[in-house]
Ligand binder design. Structure first.
Ligand code: NAD
Length: 507
């Protein structure tokens, strides 16, 4: 692994990016004054204070839900075409501001600018996808004897949405785009580690959407988040984050019998068959699948199953390529890995590296924190590869950092059994030249997404979500519109029929 020596790195100043000194909650089309406590938004690489973020409480949530409830009738009454046009305008506004917003996310999360720029492309494409998809989100209708039957799709009402810190623009788009397209209004709570770009996106939304359609209340999970999940006037919950908190959100929804979409953690298998052609290309894709976003990604392919017959050819290439990744600051073009989002996250990752060593996993490369000049506050961790067995804690628990567990295999039955032997079921990868083998294996994997020969192949329109403890429901597709609507069945008889029920009595 190389540490960047690039001296030509320009880090933007937070004020030049338009970051405000402080952000109050965005309710009913306007930013409210900050009252009470705030949370510090700190750049993890440098420790610089970027802004102060309102620490939302139950009163803020109450006001935001009231605004969303009041805005709902007019918003749902807009035609699909009108809502679609506003989503396109929002996508355009995000695209026009993408460079600035991407720099804000790089400062605020410590991820590299190259990645956060891509986030905005994907986010804008989400709004465009749902602006189009909703135009074809038809219900069903057909004639019946003497009349017509209709199943109409109707919005649910006010959606309470909670997102994590790892990819704020993408998470916001996954939540807002389908909910708004389907005719719902929204109260969104961003993560306490990465709220700024969502607050800035709210400024853009204020110019486009009617007041109250989008409300954003930042704050702590146990405060603003819990108040949102428990609010009696919220009609649907949507959450992305840890499985632990997902259970709380799901329980809150169950208590009130409202629907919940949950996108939770993962520990995804990435399977290398011995017939692969290009060992280097597969090694590169495996690294990308696990180290992208510094491994802070729910669908990371962190359990890499390598067949015995190719192990000795594949592993040196994987290790060599991992060691060639440059670690540097978020604005350094030469960097492939940057710093983790917070000290808390780094402590978790370094703790798991210790656990791996103590439980007998073989450390093949990495495993240490490193310092990057000019970013001394940042928690930079070397790309780390262990040889492990599937029953070890490092192979079973979500680490959420740049750590791969390689597991050897030699028969397909054991492979499938081990790949599925985890609480999670978010994603899986398969590399092979034999497509029949790939499809047969895909059928047997308990995962919401299976990527064959290209990990993390996120295509808008393909549903995304988890099996087992990785979640409930799907995003990223038409299926999300179903999750943000309910069906009303209308049976229309063209005229009232002759009496028949009370005939005997009358007769
Ligand atoms: P987290 O669950 O701690 O926090 C996520 C969000 O939930 C934050 O906004 C937080 O403030 C809020 N929250 C925390 N406690 C809450 C409570 N009691 N009530 C209501 N809201 C509460 O997760 P994290 O550590 O911030 O994020 C990492 C996790 O998210 C990982 O497990 C990762 O796999 C998962 N994740 C999943 C996806 C996906 O699409 N499946 C995407 C990104 C991250």
């Amino acid at each position: 692994m190389a540490i960047s020596t690039n001296s030509d790195v320009k880090v933007p100043d937070s004020r030049s990016l338009g970051i405000d000194d402080a952000y109050g909650p965005f309710i009913n089309g306007a930013f409210q004054p900050v009252r009470g406590d705030t949370l510090d938004a700190v750049a993890p690489a440098t420790g610089d204070l970027l802004s102060k973020i309102s620490r939302g409480d139950a009163q803020d949530i109450d006001e935001a839900v009231a605004a969303a409830s009041a805005a709902f009738p007019a918003w749902r009454a807009l035609s699909y075409e009108e809502r679609s046009a506003l989503l396109i305008r929002f996508a355009d506004a995000l695209t026009e501001n993408a460079e600035r917003l991407a720099a804000i996310d790089a400062l605020d999360t410590g991820r590299r600018l190259f990645e956060t720029r891509l986030d905005y492309q994907l986010a804008a494409s989400q709004y465009r996808y749902f602006a189009g998809a909703v135009l074809t989100h038809e219900g069903m209708g057909r004639p019946m004897p003497g009349g017509y039957m209709i199943a109409k799709r109707e919005p649910l009402g006010v959606c309470g949405q909670i997102i994590p810190w790892n990819v704020p623009a993408i998470m916001t788009s996954f939540k807002l785009a389908p909910a708004l397209a389907a005719g719902n209004t929204v109260v969104l709570k961003p993560d306490e580690n990465a709220s700024i770009s969502t607050m800035e996106a709210a400024k853009l939304a204020a110019e486009i959407f009617p007041a109250g359609v989008i409300n954003v209340v930042p704050g702590r999970g146990a405060e603003a988040g819990a108040a949102l999940t428990a609010h009696p006037d919220v009609d649907k919950l949507a959450f992305t984050g840890s499985t632990e908190v997902g259970r709380l959100v799901g329980t809150a929804a169950a208590k009130r019998l409202i629907p919940a979409t949950l996108e939770l953690g993962g520990k995804s298998p990435n399977i290398v068959f011995p017939d692969i052609d290009d060992v280097d290309a597969v090694a590169d894709n495996v690294l990308y699948g696990a180290m992208w976003h510094n491994g802070q990604v729910c669908f990371g392919g962190t359990r890499v199953f390598v067949h015995d017959d190719i192990y000795d050819r594949f592993m040196p290439r994987l290790i060599e390529r991992a060691e060639s990744l440059t670690v540097g600051g978020p604005f350094d073009d030469t960097a492939r890995l940057t710093c983790l989002v917070s000290e808390k996250q780094a402590t978790r990752v370094l703790g798991y590296i210790d656990i791996g060593k103590n439980e007998g996993a073989k450390l093949l490369t990495g495993g240490e924190r490193v310092t990057v000049e000019g970013n001394e506050q940042g928690y930079f961790i070397q790309p780390t590869i262990f040889e492990a067995t599937n029953d070890m804690r490092i192979a079973q628990e979500e680490i959420f950092g740049p750590v791969i567990c390689v597991i050897r295999w030699n028969d397909v039955e054991t492979l499938v059994q081990e790949a599925n032997d985890t609480q999670f079921g978010l994603a899986a990868g398969i590399y092979t030249r034999d497509l029949k083998n790939a499809m047969d294996t895909a059928d047997r994997l308990q995962a919401g997404s299976v990527w064959i020969n290209s990990y993390a192949n996120l295509v808008p329109g393909l549903p995304f979500g988890g099996y087992k403890d990785s979640g409930l429901g799907r995003e990223f597709s038409h299926e999300a519109l179903n999750m943000y609507s309910q069906l009303k069945a209308v049976a229309v008889q063209y005229e009232v029929g002759a009496p028949w029920f009370s005939q005997t009595y009358n007769g």
